[in-house]
Design a protein around this ligand. Structure first.
Ligand SMILES: *[C@@H]1O[C@H](CO)[C@@H](O)[C@H](O)[C@H]1NC(C)=O
Ligand SMILES: *[C@@H]1O[C@H](CO)[C@@H](O)[C@H](O)[C@H]1NC(C)=O
Ligand SMILES: *[C@@H]1O[C@H](CO)[C@@H](O)[C@H](O)[C@H]1NC(C)=O
Ligand SMILES: *[C@@H]1O[C@H](CO)[C@@H](O)[C@H](O)[C@H]1NC(C)=O
Length: 515
């Protein structure tokens, strides 16, 4: 019965082709530009270096905090990426850090060990839970709802000395590849405000891309850390499942299988900071198992390359991203001595079916319609006319879920086969380089015509760690990038490759100034 899904996806491709000019036209002349960076000497320091400078009292935590708050205030009127801030508390905490450093009896090594983030400003996706700040996540019915406690990861960030500045926007119920809701409106992409920053960690993506944040915390159930990283030209890492605690994330299904799909992970502007953040965020036992800080010998790494998935339901990957994949593989194998393995993961072409079905075997997926006794069909029709209290994006997620649950057959056996094949091929020294998604950021509301998730959902369904790595800008000035996937617990391979590719492509590039 998957014929229905196939028809829908092919239809989506056709509609995309037809509607593309309309989206382009509608966006004309509406573009806004961000003000140029002030305080570049602070905003362009990586977090690893910044923490060191603060520890050594070469720079004050207060000065750093002020610089970031100023940048946030400069760009947020254009980006709309903040749900709620805690600037006053953050400034107070920064002053306390400076005072603490004047009088502490700990050595620098001890501070680095116990408080590796001391004085570093951190932004957090709303759904991860910061005590006393909004935990509404875009649902009108939850407006005014605040987190009673810190999410477990947020508490860890704080205990490691990080200073939380704010919670950032998500789509309604944290379930969309674009970031807008009736509560917060649209969040914009810093590289072109007529485009989406992606989702669901879209607020984080926009803040990082615009240099208003240095390191952020997001979550990912079907690409939500990696798509915003791609669209906003920054790094993110989706960790191996269960190594970073989910406690305090909202929403969170009760099915234990949720822990396989949903992960919390870091977004950063500089590759080296993924390592710093993973060391802070992982629970202690797992951290030892991951050996995050262990050196990786690139010459021992096997590289698999996927430029594009081949299936009638799959949109073409943009030339810019295909080129980035090709160039990444070329650099790693020809210059850095990684070994290229020619192997065709045929099953990946059917990722939409195999991995999509796996996602929807989850029981008790958070269901806002049920909580509010709303009728699916009524809200679907109303949302199309922008008249529902729910967003069309949320209703679209319901439609997809229903199609999978009602019409797509049982892919469990194929899924198991696929997983075995991938684990076997990757071993403990293999990485796959593939597109993060099909292209750079699209216009607001264009998601319904863009079948962007096959490349993203693979890592969630298979329980694999995956980093998103920026590879510069395309000819329109939009960020492009690649994805690096490894076997479970081999996160350090993704991070090592990310750092290497940053060296080659130059990493994050500031958004354009008005000409
Ligand atoms: C950015 O915005 C302008 C609208 O002023 C548009 O003409 C241009 O094509 C946009 N670029 C992209 C990549 O969408
Ligand atoms: C972090 O920044 C410092 C200072 O600019 C630089 O020397 C260092 O190489 C950076 N670290 C990494 C791993 O990029
Ligand atoms: C990259 O592109 C070149 C030229 O099209 C091709 O010969 C090469 O095989 C590609 N490399 C990979 C790893 O696909
Ligand atoms: C799908 O098939 C597998 C065996 O391949 C079986 O164990 C499982 O119960 C089936 N699931 C459903 C929902 O029918």
């Amino acid at each position: 019965m998957e014929i229905l899904l196939t028809i829908l996806l092919v239809l989506t491709r056709i509609l995309d082709f037809i509607t593309e000019p309309f989206f382009k036209c509608a966006a004309k002349n509406k573009r806004l530009y961000l003000p140029p960076l002030k305080n570049e000497d602070i905003l362009k320091i990586n977090a690893t270096e910044l923490a060191k400078k603060i520890r050594h009292k070469k720079i004050s935590a207060l000065e750093v905090c002020k610089a970031y708050i100023q940048r946030i205030k400069d760009v947020n009127p254009i980006l709309n990426a903040i749900v709620e801030d805690r600037f006053r508390e953050a400034l107070r905490e920064a002053k306390q850090v400076d005072a603490y450093l004047q009088k502490t009896s700990l050595t620098l090594e001890e501070i680095e060990k116990f408080k590796p983030l001391l004085g570093v400003p951190v932004t957090v996706k709303e759904s991860c839970g910061v005590k006393g700040l909004s935990l509404c996540c875009g649902l009108l019915s939850r407006k005014g709802f605040t987190a009673q406690t810190d999410g477990e990861v947020v508490a860890k960030i704080k205990s490691c000395g990080g200073i939380i500045l704010l919670v950032s926007t998500t789509p309604e119920l944290v379930i969309s590849w674009e970031t807008w809701s009736h509560v917060n409106g649209y969040t914009n992409n810093p590289y072109n405000t007529t485009c989406t920053p992606g989702g669901s960690s879209g607020g984080e993506g926009a803040l990082l891309g615009s240099a208003a944040s240095l390191v952020g915390i997001g979550s990912d159930i079907a690409g939500s850390l990696r798509l915003p990283a791609l669209f906003n030209g920054v790094f993110s890492h989706k960790p191996t499942p269960k190594v970073v605690a989910l406690k305090g994330h909202w929403p969170l299904g009760e099915d234990p299988k949720y822990q396989q799909f949903l992960v919390i992970g870091p977004l950063t502007r500089y590759a080296c900071d993924l390592r710093l953040m993973m060391n802070v965020m992982c629970n202690d036992k797992k951290c030892a198992e991951l050996k995050i800080s262990e050196r990786v010998d690139l010459k021992q790494i096997n590289i698999f390359c996927i430029e594009e998935l081949h299936d009638i339901t799959q949109p073409k990957v943009s030339d810019s991203i295909k080129k980035a994949v090709n160039e990444s593989v070329k650099y790693l194998t020809e210059i850095k001595g990684c070994k290229l393995i020619k192997y065709n993961f045929m099953s990946f072409n059917k990722a939409m079916y195999i991995c999509g079905s796996e996602l929807y075997t989850l029981k008790d997926i958070p269901d806002a319609l049920k909580w509010e006794n709303a009728n699916f069909w009524t809200e679907l029709v109303l949302s199309i006319f922008w008249k529902s209290r729910f967003t069309l994006n949320l209703m679209y997620a319901y439609v997809i879920q229903k199609i999978y649950q009602c019409f797509v057959g049982n892919y469990t056996a194929k899924y198991e086969e696929m997983k075995q094949e991938v684990l076997e091929k990757l071993g403990d020294n293999g990485v796959i380089i593939l597109p993060t998604s099909i292209g750079p950021a699209h216009k607001h509301n264009q998601m319904f015509f863009k079948n962007i998730y096959a490349y993203l959902i693979l890592a969630n369904a298979l329980g694999l760690p995956a980093s998103a790595v920026p590879c510069g800008l395309d000819t329109n000035g939009m960020p492009i990038g690649v994805q690096v996937i490894a076997a479970p617990y081999q996160d350090r391979l993704c991070l090592a490759v990310a750092e290497e590719l940053e060296r080659h492509f130059g990493g994050w590039v500031p958004p354009p100034k008005k000409k």
